[in-house]
Design a binder for this molecule. Sequence first.
Ligand SMILES: C[S@@+](CC[C@H](N)C(=O)[O-])C[C@H]1O[C@@H](n2cnc3c(N)ncnc32)[C@H](O)[C@@H]1O
Ligand SMILES: [Zn+2]
Length: 328
Amino acid sequence: MLVSLFICPLCQSPLQPAADTWRCDGSLNPKQTTHPFDVARQGYVNLLPVQQKKSKAPGDSQQSIEARKRFLAAGHYEPLQTVICQQMEQLLAQNEVISEPITASITSSANAQDKNPVNWLDIGCGEGYYTQAMAQMGSDSITTLIAADISKPALVELAKVSKAASQLWYQQHKDEAEKTTVIYPLVTSAAHLPLRAHSVTGISSIFSPILPEAFAKVLADKGFLIIAKPDVGHLATMRDALFDSVREHDSDKFLQELAPYFTLIETHRVSTEMTLSASDLADLLTMTPYAYRARSEKRQALLAAVEQQAFSTEAKFVVYVLQKSADK
Ligand SMILES: C[S@@+](CC[C@H](N)C(=O)[O-])C[C@H]1O[C@@H](n2cnc3c(N)ncnc32)[C@H](O)[C@@H]1O
Ligand SMILES: [Zn+2]
């Protein structure tokens, strides 16, 4: 039996994607009425009800998204992007995760019957630098890619790029859907994922929130979780220039919180030496939240120095690969 991948954020009934308006079937709604969610012109769907919003414009701002987009497009974090995709390809090549056939969309439903579909959630995807690379891995790796973030400006950007590349769920015909990864850009909170329990093969959280229980709930048995975080020493020379004393990233405190639900399978460290121009550094400061805590004189002095000479700093990351434990 084919069941829906998505659930209504208001009443948890099955939610059916469509090209113009997604609609739940209302079966779990005490009033038995359905809830409609319009597809935005750019191609994303807003599944974040007002009551789940903690502020008027939650998540990353337009300004930080633009800065991150420029910085990442220059390729500074490409080694991390490569490692994340390699890890995913390896995991999915030996994929034993059993997910039920799921109607993610009208077009890919027939495809889902032919092979075991891989539904991947990239939570806190931002404007999609890593998400787009995951989609390039092709449908042999990922059938359905759910790109989710609480920031509307992030999803507008991601959806525009996906739409231009004809990767959105409603743009694909049956033949193409078998070859191409289908993308669903969703505005949603990580705490209230609009996904059916046990429906997702894997989740990536790249510098984004980690919610062990919410992730375990939507993951299939033996589902994967890939987490990327800054490592000790990340951007050390930049932080030395900005702060009198530097507090290290506490890289693995969250592992204790994941332990009841997940087993750590592998840890990979990635480091890359970067040479940054003044505009690269300005973008890096804008996209790095703690840089705002630096004294303004220190920030200005650093930027002025870099106008004269390019700045070198090392980016250091840790990638954790985890698997959902049995019976969770
Ligand atoms: C540091 S950015 C990382 C973006 C992207 N993964 C990348 O590395 O380029 C963190 C992202 O998490 C999003 N975010 C923050 N809280 C969230 C929540 N509760 N649910 C979903 N996304 C959230 C922000 O809007 C932001 O886009
Ligand atoms: Zn509903």
